[in-house]
Design a protein. Structure first.
Length: 179
């Protein structure tokens, strides 16, 4: 696995996330030397759909994409649906995309990328039910375990986490990409 020592990685999510889609990439980032930060529009702590609770480090309005080296967007239907309606979260994600910073997204996490205008012309995968949404937003949707397009790493489900984790760490080590 690549070394990302000292790289700051934002994880943007809220209640209803898919537990393993937070915990597994978080552990991968830490194991590779990265510094994960949990960002949520909810204060205090958030809870996954299977009961994992984690303390929130910052709100999306209190940080900027320039504070971080990379971004992870876990899935979970409730999480993803609520995030895409939070203006500060969408603005933060747009900041990462506009700067060409690496982004890892899994499952339903791609909904916020659509709101941020970050998928047009990009090759991406997701949970299959997002296929039409992503295509309508200009993405080329494919059904593959892990897809990388100029720093945008995407996967479909928790079954893809081993490949997803390895690829996000690799892309985070590479740094900023041109769109």
């Amino acid at each position: 696995m690549a070394d990302i020592t000292g790289k700051k990685v934002a994880f943007v999510l809220t209640d209803g996330f898919e537990d393993s889609e937070l915990t597994s990439p978080w552990e991968a980032v830490q194991s590779a030397g990265g510094e994960p930060t949990l960002i949520s529009p909810k204060e205090g702590s958030i809870e996954g759909k299977n009961g994992h609770e984690q303390v929130v480090d910052a709100s999306p309005g209190s940080v900027s994409a320039s504070d971080f080296d990379a971004l992870v967007l876990p899935g979970g239907v409730v999480n993803a649906d609520h995030l895409r309606m939070d203006e500060a979260s969408v603005a933060l994600v747009k900041g990462f995309a506009d700067a060409g910073k690496p982004i890892g997204v899994i499952c339903h996490g791609a909904w916020i990328l659509i709101e941020a205008g970050a998928v047009d012309g990009r090759r991406i995968t997701s949970y299959p039910s997002l296929k039409t949404d992503l295509r309508n937003a200009g993405a080329e949707w494919v059904d593959e375990e892990v897809v990388t397009d100029k720093g945008l790493v995407s996967s479909r489900t928790p079954d893809d986490l081993p490949a997803f984790n390895a690829k996000i760490v690799e892309e985070f080590a590479e740094g900023t990409h041109e769109r």
